[in-house]
Each structure stands twice: as C-alpha cells, then as structure tokens.
Design a protein around this ligand. Structure first.
Ligand code: 0CJ
Ligand code: F3S
Length: 322
C-alpha cells in the first residue's frame, strides 16, 4: 500500500527575528505620509531592503527612485530611506524647495552625530563597514570628502596609516557581524591605543540580538533559512553567522518560492529566522510551505525580548494619533 505519511521535521524559530524598531518606523512614515499628503509620495531608495515591503507600498501609492533628480517638478513629498543619506541629499532637496521626511533610523543618525563630534575635535575618522552600502555612503557623506576612511577588514586595519595615531576615532555601520567587527576593532586598538570609539561598536540592538539567536540555534540545525533580501546587509550577516556557528547549510530566501526542495532532503531540524527588514508574513509563508510537505513540530528559540520603539517625525505624529 502506498503511504502518504509526512516525514517529521523540527523547525526552530528564532526570536527575536524580523522587523526592528527602525524598520517599523520607516514603513509607518511612508504609510502616514500617504494618508496625510495623498498619493503619490516619493521614496528615495528602497525604504528598507525588501521587495515585498516596497511593492506593498507601491500599491498604496509610493513611487521609489534612486536619486532626487528623478523626481518631477511639483509639491509631492519625498522620504529618505532608513539607511540614511549624505548631507548633500537634504541640501539638494532644500535647494529645490522639496518637502522631505527623513526615515533614517535614529540609530544611524546617532552614528552620524558621533562622526560630526569626532570631526569637530579634529580627529581622523575610520568607518568600519562595507563599501557601496547606502548606510556607508550616507555616513561618509556627513563630512567633507577625505574626513572619513572606510575600513572593511582586519587586513585593511593592519595596513592603515593615519596622519596622526594620537588623533584617531572609529565608528561603524549598524548592521555588521558583531564578531568580525570585534576583530577589526581589536587590531585598531592594538595598533593605535589612543583611538577613540564607542564602548563596543555602533552595531545596533536589532542586529546584535538577531545574530545572538542564530548562534544559539545554528549548532542544532541541519539547515538554517534566513528570510531576507540579497541587498540586506543585516540579513546577509545572519547567514554568515549561522555558517560560522556550525550550520554550513545556511542560506537566504526571499520567500517560499526560493526554497529548493531537493536541498531539504534528509533534514531533521531546520532553523528559520528573518532579517530586520523581512516581514513576518513571509516567514509564515516559508513555515506553511514546510507544513505542506512535512509533519512539522515548531520550537521557539528565544534569547531576548525586545521593546524598542522610535518616535515618528513631528509632521506625522498627529496623523498617527488619528
Ligand atoms: O541600515 C539600516 C538602518 C538597516 C535597515 C533595515 O534593514 P535593511 O535590510 O533595509 O538594511 P541593511 O542592508 O542595512 O541591513
Ligand atoms: Fe535601525 Fe538597526 Fe533596524 S540601525 S533600522 S534598528 S537594523
């Protein structure tokens, strides 16, 4: 007799996972701006790095552009993404008399302010981060060209030659690997004992907590899926952390359709988590796809509770209250 019994599968669900307070705030800014000012509302760069989020907002009337010069003349508002923008962007908006709302995560703005402070004190600044990422472009663009030098790796930290080793500071991107960044900082501190910097790094609470739970889960998993986008730095870091923590078969999936089912063969324990820009609905879509094929038992691995939230820009607080 043919048996259709499903094979058992344990799914470990990471917690915390998915949306952070900065992402919730950024998406809310676009939604409230649409309510308050009507459609269309322009958004410079993907508000957060997730296609599903972007397409959902497009359906509601948001139009995404990469640069302000793509905006037509008129009185439509423009919103800057959660990753932050170089100073030249609000300046250009002001020159054009555009009404803009800034959805930069407050934890990124904090790094911008640190950079300003170091600069005012006459320090040479190192930014630990990934070249080309919008947050890095935004942070470097807070100060005149040449004021900030990007350091990506331990090797680069080893060969960096400062103008004056006694007048140095470092800042970091918010979505880096906690452990890799620690290594880069250790090199800088060894070579330049007087370097000024944050207590640990500027890596945000959400990035830190999502990596922490992955470290806890990965050793128990035969495979680990991170729901997130390829251009999402914090999601990519989760895959790296999972691999380093003992789950070599770790990968990014944007949604259930990305899963290659032949790779799942032989798996008894699967880990699922999500980057800070990945909506829970996509995580649940992935879980449902497994439920269709396996007899799933879910176990939640929770390493921490989160209760962070950020204030909305002044212009939208009333709209939110209504
Ligand atoms: O840069 C940030 C402030 C994080 C925003 C949320 O995540 P995501 O995926 O849009 O951005 P990253 O590529 O920076 O992780
Ligand atoms: Fe902000 Fe960190 Fe999220 S910098 S947008 S809280 S990933």
């Amino acid at each position: 007799m043919l048996t259709t019994e499903k094979r058992p599968l344990t799914i470990l669900m990471g917690a915390p996972r998915g949306f952070c307070a900065g992402v919730v705030r950024a998406i809310e800014i676009v939604e409230l701006a649409l309510e308050r000012y009507g459609a269309p509302v322009y958004v410079r760069h993907e508000i957060v790095h997730n296609r599903y989020v972007v397409e959902d907002l497009e359906r509601k009337g948001a139009i995404f552009v990469e640069e302000l010069d793509e905006l037509p003349e008129g009185d439509r508002p423009v919103i800057f993404s959660a990753h932050g923008v170089p100073k030249s962007v609000p300046e250009a908006a002001q020159d054009r008399n555009l009404f803009f709302l800034d959805a930069t995560c407050p934890l990124v703005s904090k790094v911008h302010m640190e950079a300003e402070r170091h600069f005012e004190r006459g320090l040479e600044i190192l930014l630990i981060g990934h070249t080309g990422h919008p947050e890095v472009i935004g942070t470097m663009g807070q100060l005149p060209k040449g004021a900030i030098t990007l350091v990506e790796t331990v090797e680069q930290a080893e060969i960096f030659e400062p103008q004056n080793p006694e007048k140095l500071a470092y800042i970091t991107q918010t979505t880096l690997s906690v452990d890799d960044t620690k290594d880069v900082i250790a090199v800088l501190r060894r070579r330049f004992p007087q370097i000024v910097g944050p207590h640990k790094a500027d890596i945000c609470y959400a990035t830190t907590n999502r990596q922490e739970v992955v470290k806890e889960m990965a050793p128990r998993c035969d495979m680990l899926l991170v729901v997130g986008a390829p251009n999402s730095s914090n999601s990519q870091r989760l895959v790296e952390v999972a691999k380093k923590s003992g789950c070599e078969r770790s990968m990014l999936v944007q949604r259930a359709a990305d899963i290659s089912w032949n790779m799942v063969e032989g798996i008894e324990t699967l880990g699922i988590t999500a980057g800070a820009s990945a909506p829970e609905i996509l995580v649940q879509e992935v879980v449902s796809a497994f439920r269709q094929r396996f007899d799933v038992q879910v176990e939640v691995i929770e390493t921490r509770k989160e209760s962070v939230s950020f204030k909305l820009p002044r212009e939208l607080r009333q709209a939110a209250a209504q």
